[in-house]
Design a protein around this ligand. Structure first.
Ligand code: ADP
Length: 444
């Protein structure tokens, strides 16, 4: 409900609804992915670059040394365990630390090193000797701002006297005070308050402006306008950097309003495919039969780790109780859990503490770091019109066979849902083979 705080009058109720529909999903997923991410996401695609001045040479670096960073910053980078720049950093970093500064719009999926890149850019420009905000980063939520701040603190841990301040709800600064920290990370509303209402900082003195998670921002009522108001008040020679995991037209239009004369860098995400996945189905009349089929799978092959998708929370609970009763170690992601609790569940699963993860679609959407060899659809994904949800099917199953590894997918289907299955086969031009629960020899 904190969003109400930013928006006066009648807009408030409306934006409260939007908050639930959009921000809760997008920003939470983003946070969850950050919390459970331990390493870089690889991409086999090439980085696409669109230079503002195509005649200027395009630099890319293979080492951090080539960037000629301050010694204490380089130490911070290595202390984080970074040996060399990620794919996107190879091209983005030289632009970001260049003299004179260049503006940049960069898009690549989460986990490819964007945050580390702009944190490094901010730290490279900061003058620790002067005590006022010089770098400003806008983020969609309090929690995401804190995550970015942690990276600043880690990477900047040898940069003595460089400090971070958070312009987020609840961080009360008395009127008349001034912000001495060189780097400010905040949400758009509170940042506006800090700059214009409370006059805690001077936007004209900002030399690096970062707008992170632009795709999440634009889906949050009021944030685009507030961000643009901040941007308008910056000085002409402030460096503007914008990052996004996705890039629909709306994000692009917003990006161009925030970042004048930009260089553009894009790294396409690895496409999901069903090529490496063997897909099967069981005909089942009810949940008990579905559960029996699942047990047969367990009885006939050596299962590594599996994710089971259920349509409803109730189904997911029922199934996990059955499995626990039969001695399986089961983890469950459910809607009641906070993001931190969900991150902990996923972490335990990844550490192999449980072999099965049961989840509803809502919980698992957008988490792209769980890798398993088996995916079970206890229910097929459908949309509100009860049509098959192809995209979700692909997302669920596609994760079973990442990076060239083979995966198995099992669909538990009621007879009346067979047509859904056939439409999925048709859509993906793929074959989903029938299995008889009592004769699993077919399988291998
Ligand atoms: P994004 O902002 O695109 O989601 P991050 O900057 O958060 O990506 O990076 C994802 C993960 O990879 C983080 O755990 C981060 O510490 C790590 N990382 C970032 N850059 C490098 C690098 N050059 N070498 C090794 N790990 C890196």
């Amino acid at each position: 409900a904190w969003l109400l705080h930013y928006l006066p009058g009648e807009e408030a109720v409306f934006s409260f609804l939007l908050f639930h529909v959009y921000l809760a999903d997008l920003a939470e997923n983003s946070l969850l992915n950050k919390l459970i991410r331990k390493s870089l996401v690889e991409s086999s695609h090439r980085v696409e670059v669109l230079q503002r001045d195509p005649s200027s040479p395009l630099f890319s670096v293979k080492t951090f040394e080539e960037l000629h960073l301050k010694e204490e910053l380089l130490r911070g980078v290595y202390a984080m365990g970074f040996n060399r720049p990620s794919k996107i950093q190879e091209t983005a970093l030289p632009m970001m630390v260049a003299h004179p500064p260049q503006n940049l719009i960069a898009q690549s999926q989460s986990g490819t090193g964007k945050t580390a890149a702009f944190v490094l850019a901010m730290l490279s420009r900061v003058n620790a000797a002067v005590k006022y905000p010089q770098c400003l980063c806008l983020a969609p939520t309090f929690e995401l701002a804190l995550q970015t701040g942690r990276v600043v603190e880690q990477m900047g841990k040898f940069c003595a006297d460089v400090k971070v301040s958070y312009a987020v709800r609840g961080n009360k600064v008395p009127r008349g005070a001034v912000i001495k920290e060189q780097i400010v990370i905040g949400t758009p509303g509170t940042t506006l308050d800090w700059c214009f209402k409370l006059r805690l900082m001077d936007l004209k003195k900002i030399s690096v402006f970062v707008l992170d998670e632009a795709d999440v921002m634009i889906n949050t009522q009021g944030f685009s306008d507030q961000s643009i108001r901040v941007q308008r008040a910056l000085s002409q020679d402030c460096q503007m950097l914008l990052f996004s995991a996705t890039f629909e037209d709306a994000v692009w239009q917003f990006a161009e309003r925030i970042v004048p004369d930009p260089n553009v860098i894009k790294l396409r995400r690895e496409e999901l495919t069903l090529n490496n996945i063997r897909q099967y189905y069981f005909l089942c009349e009810n949940n008990s039969e579905k559960y029996k089929a699942l047990c047969n799978v367990y009885g006939s092959i050596t299962v590594g780790q599996a994710i089971v998708f259920c349509q409803t929370r109730r189904n997911a609970k029922w199934l996990s109780l059955q499995m626990i009763r039969d001695g399986h170690q089961v983890a469950m992601l459910s809607g009641e859990l906070t993001v931190e609790q969900r991150a902990a569940v996923i972490q335990r699963f990844r550490d192999g503490k449980e072999k099965v993860l049961i989840t509803t679609n809502v919980c698992a959407r957008g988490i792209d770091v769980i890798q398993v060899t088996i995916v079970v659809n206890f229910n097929l994904p459908t949309n509100q019109l009860q049509h098959p949800d192809f995209e979700t099917y692909l997302h669920r199953i596609g994760r079973a066979g990442r990076f060239g590894k083979k995966g198995l997918a099992f669909n538990m289907i009621e007879r009346y849902n067979l047509s859904l299955l056939h439409r999925i086969e048709e859509h993906f031009q793929t074959k989903i083979k029938k299995l008889d629960p009592d004769d699993m020899d077919e399988l291998e």
